[in-house]
Design a protein around this ligand. Structure first.
Ligand code: CU
Length: 277
């Protein structure tokens, strides 16, 4: 009897905790409210099944409690009950998976006209690359990665020269404009995650992954690495600053291209050499 009561309290308490808990998703800052809806559907289905199973257990404990002289009936299987339970379980699992597939399809189907932003993971910082005036990202290869070419741009590809590089600094995005995020890593697997954008994806060495989103409000949002990537993993944080178009343009003006950074570095090298002489 006490066990049955504890089980009922467990089911009711869990549902109440879910409904009244102050811990919930951080307010959304992108177009991906679908992702919240999908998580909501999963909570609804798993919450219903959890409550049904626990309450059924409580009922059985009470209903079939020990009574002097009562005998248990032996029923090894029931075809009807099994097919019924199998169908309901299959329906429940499909209802949890299907919305995710639809959302995923939209998550990786980039709308025409989305601006490209490349995210490059590195132990343990976030770097970014934007196409320059000519609108194209130049080719890259890990073999070109060096201290003065941290993103491994091919120095012989003219398309890369005007690319804007943001090394270990904040990424800015204009509000209300779809952004295609191209993800790449120069060392190990990282995972780009900005909780407010509801967007999250692995950065794979040797591959380029992508997703898109539209930032819906201005502000500064923290990027956390969600793929364990070595001892510096907890410190691998960055920021995405969502600006009004005017503020974004001001920021963009101040950024340096690959060619500018390279010549600045060469200049530094030369003055150092001259000083040594
Ligand atoms: Cu990482």
């Amino acid at each position: 009897m006490v066990v049955a009561l504890v089980l009922v309290l467990l089911a009711v308490g869990s549902v109440l905790f879910h409904l009244l808990s102050p811990w919930w998703f951080t307010p959304i800052a992108s177009n991906w409210s679908y992702i919240d809806a999908t998580v909501g559907i999963t909570f609804l289905i798993t919450g219903f099944v959890f409550s049904a199973v626990v309450l059924f257990m409580a009922y059985c404990i009470f209903r079939y409690r020990h009574v002097e002289g009562r005998k248990a009936a032996f029923e090894p299987d029931s075809k009807r009950l099994e097919s019924w339970l199998g169908a309901v379980t299959a329906g429940g699992v499909a209802a949890m998976l299907a919305p995710g597939l639809f959302v995923w399809y939209q998550f990786v189907t980039v709308p025409a006209g989305a601006a490209e932003f490349e995210v490059v993971g590195q132990q343990w910082q976030w770097n970014f690359r934007l196409p320059g005036e000519h609108g194209k990202l130049g080719k890259t290869d890990p073999q070109f990665v060096s201290s003065d070419n941290p993103l491994g741009l091919n120095p012989d590809d003219p398309a890369g020269r005007d690319n804007i590089l943001v090394i270990g600094d904040d990424l800015h995005l204009p509000v209300g404009k779809p952004a295609k995020m191209l993800l790449r890593s120069v060392d190990v697997i990282h995972d780009f995650w900005v909780p407010e954008f509801r967007a999250k994806m692995d950065l794979m060495p040797g591959l380029e992954t992508h997703f898109w989103f539209t930032p819906t409000r201005t502000g500064t949002f923290t990027i956390v690495c969600a793929g364990f990537c070595g001892v510096g993993h907890p410190q691998m944080r960055g920021s995405v600053v969502v600006d009004s178009q005017a503020d974004y343009d001001i920021w963009l003006q101040k950024q340096k291209t690959f060619a500018q950074l390279k010549s600045a570095r060469n200049g530094e090298g030369m003055t150092r050499q001259a000083a040594a002489r």
